[in-house]
Design a protein around this ligand. Structure first.
Ligand SMILES: C=C(O[C@@H]1C=C(C(=O)O)C=C[C@H]1O)C(=O)O
Length: 348
């Protein structure tokens, strides 16, 4: 099988917001107006429109009264309306912003639930191709001076590009090939410091890699070779990244559990008792719900959609029982392993 040398997704306060606040501090409106900066003139207009919007005046009427070009005002009016609609739409809940103070067991579990969707969709995409062993065979890569399999080559190259863009500066993201990654070329984003610094030393991707190729992949693919090695490898990368993000999110889960009841965890941490920690952090009823939910999602996401209402279970793109089993045997145990590893270092 594949040899290797070797990230969930809390939403952080938006970089756009920080940038715009920083900009605001640096440049006064007056200075901008003097420079003829359109952004500066837009801001009071937006402010005015907010006021007008609350007084329910139609933009064209207000524009005519105040002598400004109606199209420009109409544009801002629609912009504000769409921001307003986004705020009140159900989608707003999905992209919930969590900072360290409002992170609770419930919010981290919500993130895990959201990541299930990403995992299941990526598995469905991978199942489109047969197993395609050519993607994993080092002798078939055929790239000059490359001794890696195609999947290793694609993942190393992708991770190098992502590292330059700062992906691994985010504590939720973990590379599969951390050695020799280029440094980030983009300005550092000040991610909230939620985790203990020792978290940075925990990366179980080498185990995930072995499990994914040796055990998981044969369960979701059919035997065969259609030659689509590059697309297959890209699909593998999507699955691996989604699984890795979910599993390493165990660090945040552990942090929240520790913060909620340090007195329960401290004795086991001080005595470095893995078994006691595992027992403390395990919630069997939650695990049961996870298994049932991922099976249900797989059924819903993997069905053939036709215009009549019947769901043909024989045509499901992957077997819901298999996804439930993947979670039971690998995804949840690896998440708990990360939780234990994190807690063992929590008082360092
Ligand atoms: C992630 C948690 O910790 C454990 C791991 C779980 C999982 O991987 O889904 C679920 C319940 C717990 O046994 C949690 O408590 O939510």
């Amino acid at each position: 099988m594949v040899g290797r040398s070797c990230s969930l997704f809390i939403s952080y306060p938006s970089r756009a917001k920080e940038n715009s606040e920083g900009r605001r501090a640096r440049t006064t409106r007056k200075e901008n107006a003097e420079k003829g900066n359109s952004e500066a003139t837009a801001r009071p207009l937006i402010g005015q429109l907010i006021a007008e919007k609350s007084s329910n005046l139609a933009p064209r009427a207000v524009a005519t009264l105040s002598g400004q070009h109606p199209h420009r005002r109409l544009f801002f009016w629609f912009l504000l309306r769409s921001i307003d609609e986004k705020r009140s739409s159900p989608m707003a809940d999905v992209i919930k912003v969590a900072d360290s103070s409002e992170m609770t067991l419930e919010t981290v579990r919500d993130s895990l639930i959201r990541e299930e969707d990403t995992i299941i969709f990526s598995l469905i995409e991978r199942a489109k191709y047969p197993i395609n062993v050519g993607a994993y065979d080092k002798t078939k890569t055929a790239i000059p001076e490359c001794s890696d399999s195609l999947v290793e080559f694609i993942i190393k190259e992708t991770e190098a590009a992502h590292a330059k863009c700062g992906r691994y500066e985010n504590p939720e993201e973990h590379p599969f090939f951390p050695d020799d990654l280029p440094t980030s070329l983009v300005p550092a984003f000040n991610f909230p410091k939620i985790l203990h610094p020792a978290a940075a030393s925990i990366n179980v991707n080498s185990t995930l890699w072995e499990v994914y190729f040796a055990q998981l992949l044969p369960l979701i693919t059919v035997p065969g070779d259609d030659g689509n090695y590059a697309s297959t490898a890209v699909s593998d990368l999507a699955c691996l990244q989604a699984l890795s993000r979910r599993i390493h999110y165990g660090k945040f889960v552990a942090e929240v559990k520790f913060k909620e009841s340090p007195q329960e965890y401290e004795p086991a941490i001080r005595s470095q008792d893995r078994d006691a920690l595992m027992k403390l952090l395990t919630f069997e009823s939650v695990e049961e719900r996870v298994k049932r939910r991922v099976a249900k999602k797989t059924m819903l996401f993997g069905q053939e959609v036709s215009l009549n209402d019947n769901c043909d279970e024989k045509k499901l793109k992957i077997d819901p029982a298999v996804v439930s089993r993947l979670y039971e045997e690998w995804v949840m145990p690896l998440t708990k392993l990360v939780e234990v590893e994190y807690l063992l270092r929590r008082l360092d």
